[in-house]
Design a protein around this ligand. Sequence first.
Ligand SMILES: *Cc1c(COP(=O)(O)O)cnc(C)c1O
Length: 499
Amino acid sequence: MNDKDRLVPPGRPEENLDPQDWEATRALGHRMLDDMLDYMKTVADRPAWQEVPEEVVENLREPLPLEPADETLVYEQFQRDVLPYPLGNIHPRFWAWVIGTGTPMGVLSELLAATMNPNMGGGVHAPRLVEEQVLEWMREIFGFPESSSGLLVSGGSMANLVGLAVARHTRAGFDVRKQGLHGWPRRLTVYGSRGMHSSVQKALELMGMGSDGLRMVDTRPDHSIDVEALKRMLQEDRAAGMQPVCIVANAGTVNTGAVDDMDALADICEDQDLWFHVDGAFGAWAAIVPERAGQMRGMNRADSLAFDLHKWLYMPIEIGCVLVRDRKQHLDTFSLTPAYLEQAVRGVAAGGNWFSDYGLQLSRNFRALKAWMSLKTYGLEKYRRLVRQNMDQAVYLGKLVETHPTLQLMAPVSLNIVVFRYLAEGLDGEATDELNKEILLRIQERGIAVPSGTRVNDRYVIRVAHVNHRTRYADMDLLVNSVLEVGREILGPGFQIQS
Ligand SMILES: *Cc1c(COP(=O)(O)O)cnc(C)c1O
């Protein structure tokens, strides 16, 4: 008889990936948890950022591990080579790009989510109800109807892609899923201000609409979209044979936090039968602060709204969300059910549409749990206070900048972003740019604080984008004092700027 026909297991020992000694792993797990809570508790005592030393870079280049290693030793290497060199975004003085802070509750819920490890593509299980509940809360917060649909995604980029895909599918005027863009005689175009996030362009490139399909509209002095210029462009583009399908509004541009007049954009969309997508990656959350809700007027008229929970709701990266007003249009864009995903009326494969019918991903993680646990633990009222606190602190920083004659505020503080620069007598534009780059680098490299840099009105500026629940007013004082000090230091004896 052939070996493979024999109905007995081979003699090899059977293996799995569970611990051989659960007690040892339990002890290690407790130690990790204690260490991580201490790490978070003491974060303010460490530098906001530090360079990874050459020796550590070397340590992190190793041959592929073929044989098992002791789990405790692996953890100890993490402690030695990884943990001390973070990006810095859990530190109270990190304000670079727009990166959230995370929370201890977020950490713990990631542990629980990974333990259950459900696949949130579909199926019948309680985690699915948790995601549905979170989406329901998001609809309520942003004033979307109960009949609307939504999806938790990796972040704002994916949320924009999903929203724009529904826009294209719904407004193309032909079956774009079936025929692609082949043979369609007119270029489909999408409109938004010059302050739009790059993820919108990437989405259009990916969807075959091309970066030429993205029509950038000039902005007003406050960096919001020039609505009249948009109207003219729509008219000219139509006359030139293009087919406008969508307007993208910014509820907080990434560069300066400028907010477009969303009511005006929604009106245009209504009049001209265009899809209204709002990129509210961080800014959408200003709507939960009553005295700021006016700035977000019109946002709830969006056909699709993209926003993050890992920026301004401080949840661990990754979690973003897209809401789509018309569930059917959302499903029509993405739903596809091969035989191996067919649904049953009973059992684990029942339960109506799957989350995979609303987006690109089939296998999806249980990111809903951190949202569910965080919202329940802190409550919306606490988030309201924190989002307000961040905006108040940004206004405070803006005022500090304005009171110093050597500092210049480079855009109005609309939400939570402050852009400014150091001025020095006798320096031209280029030299001032170089000076500010050097100030920023020194402040980062010394671990004092981590703002980032950008260009506003074609000048280099220091940018604070504030979605940090650990920041105190005193941290803003410290930043301003450090910028002044470092500026003076650079301009001191022996000063030389290379442009
Ligand atoms: C951050 C950001 C995005 C992208 O979101 P990710 O979560 O980083 O993918 C899109 N739009 C704006 C305005 C942003 O600030």
